[in-house]
Structure formats: structure tokens, C-alpha cells
Ligand binder design. Structure first.
Ligand SMILES: [Zn+2]
Length: 279
């Protein structure tokens, strides 16, 4: 333990002497800060120091007074590393990498409302995740759909959830690849499951492809799998509500709306006359 053992026969005969107090006395005598519990080996919680994030506990005492040891890794650094790894597989388009809620331009009360809904969705994602609630963002190009979706993705990733951002075309193409029975492409069901398993799936450019019955079936399969597993999905579309419904089909659209929110971004494009990453 490093500190003198005070529990020997001499200690036993001295009522009132507590091992902890003795340790403090010794620390004080040697000029150590007695409030720094981390250098008292018999005290819990014990702490370590992260160069970037300061003190973090490496042990705790639970309700039953049992000492529990925590991983000796800074939890903030660990979360950052996880988030970085997730970010790499989230496939957020490069041009939206820096898009957060704080750099989203607000020019009208309606924009503020939409931002507030998206921010609340991201901030309370654990709850949205449990309920499987979805979001549909409809608006012309340049109204900031991708900016908001990426801001949600960053927040959700930072909470340790997995996110995947794909276009409707990606999903359709990926499923159709399996038809060619190429080695290593997986079966159709495996691919659908892959899209269904991620905690948050963001499907961009819904309505942009031709929208044949066959394409609709693929998207429906993915959305339906997620619906049955109660997993949240975000749909981004340049179409109006009717267009999204037509493209996805009534069944898939109903599933998304049943436990979700439809946001119409009907303000003027940000892109005209100003450099912006919004879409
Ligand atoms: Zn750290």
C-alpha cells in the first residue's frame, strides 16, 4: 500500500486513531495536499489526470460500499476515439463534415423552428432511438437539409451511436449488386440488414432516381426492416410531400410518418449569391 501499517498492536491500543487520518497526517507532514484524495491509496474514488481533459475517476464506491475499478482511460478521450471511428464509417459527405447546429444560418423564425426540432432530435436521440422516431426534411436545393442532417449525425455519433448517410440510389445500387452474384457482395437480405442495423440511417436524394416500382420496393424493404426494429430513419428530399410519398410509396411513407416529424424547408435557397455548404 506504500503507507505505514497502523493496524499493528501499537495502533490497536490507541483508540481514536483512524487509518485514513493517519495517512492524512503523514501527507501533511511531507507537504502533500491532503485534499488530493488521489494520492491516498486507501481512499476511493481514485483519480488520474488526462493532459487534455483533467481529472477522471479510476475507482468508485458503489451503493453496497464495494470498491469498483474503472478503466484507467480518460472517458472523454475514449468517446472522441469512438466517435472518430464511427465518423469514418458514417459516410457523411466531405463537404458537410464541418456542418453543425452552431454554424447554421438563421434568417427567419421558421428556420429557427426547424433548427430547434433538429437539435432537440439530436440532443434527445437516446429517446428517439427507443421510440424509433423518424424525420422527413423536404425542401428545395440550398435550403440546408444536408447541413441539418449532418449536424444531427455529428451529435448522434458523439453519443456513441452508429450513423450511415447514403443516397436512395446507393441503397438501390447496393441491393442490385447482389443480383450479379459476385463474390463478397453478400445476399440481398444481408445488404438490407446492413442498412437496417445502423442506429440512424439518413437517406438522401429521395425522389431523385427514376422511382420505378422495383426501386421503391428496395427502399420499402429497408424502411420496413427499420420500422419493425423501431429504428429511426431520416429522409432528405428536394421533392414536396406529395413527391416523397409518391417515390417511397404510401406504405413506407406511412411507416415514417407514424412516429415521426415532417419538416418543410420552404425558404429561399442559401446558395444563391453566397458561398455555402448547405443543400
Ligand atoms: Zn482525455
Amino acid at each position: 500500500m506504500g503507507l505505514p501499517d497502523n493496524s499493528g498492536s501499537a495502533g490497536k491500543n490507541q483508540p481514536g486513531i483512524h487509518i485514513g487520518d493517519t495517512a492524512e497526517d503523514i501527507l501533511a507532514r511531507w507537504g502533500f495536499d491532503t485534499n488530493n484524495v488521489s494520492i491516498l491509496p486507501d481512499r476511493h474514488p481514485q483519480y488520474r489526470e488526462c493532459d487534455r481533459h483533467g481529472r477522471f475517476p479510476i475507482s468508485m464506491v458503489d451503493e453496497q460500499d464495494v470498491i469498483r475499478y474503472l478503466p484507467p482511460v480518460c472517458p472523454v478521450c475514449a468517446a472522441e476515439k469512438t466517435s472518430q471511428r464511427l465518423m469514418e464509417i458514417a459516410a457523411i459527405p466531405k463537404r458537410y463534415m464541418a456542418c453543425g447546429f452552431d454554424n447554421y444560418t438563421i434568417e427567419s423564425p421558421h428556420q429557427q423552428q426547424v433548427l430547434d426540432v433538429c437539435r432537440a432530435y439530436a440532443d434527445h436521440f437516446d429517446e428517439e432511438d427507443r421510440q424509433g422516431s423518424s424525420l422527413i426534411l423536404c425542401g428545395n436545393p440550398g435550403t440546408g437539409k444536408n447541413h441539418l442532417a449532418s449536424a444531427i449525425a455529428h451529435t448522434v455519433l458523439s453519443k456513441g451511436h452508429s450513423v450511415l448517410q447514403v443516397t436512395a440510389y446507393d441503397i438501390i445500387a447496393r441491393i442490385r449488386q447482389t443480383w450479379r452474384r459476385e463474390n463478397g457482395k453478400g445476399t440481398e437480405l444481408e445488404v438490407i440488414r446492413g442498412f437496417a442495423d445502423v442506429d440512424l440511417l439518413i437517406i438522401d436524394e429521395v425522389g431523385k432516381t427514376f422511382g420505378s416500382d422495383g426501386e421503391r420496393v428496395h427502399l420499402f424493404e429497408v424502411i420496413d426492416h427499420r420500422y419493425r426494429d423501431m429504428k429511426p430513419t431520416i429522409i432528405l428530399s428536394n421533392e414536396g410531400v406529395d413527391g416523397v410519398e409518391r417515390f417511397l410509396g404510401i406504405a413506407a411513407f406511412d411507416r415514417l410518418c407514424q412516429n415521426g416529424e415532417l419538416l418543410i424547408l420552404d425558404w429561399q435557397s442559401h446558395r444563391r449569391g453566397r458561398a455555402s455548404t448547405s443543400n
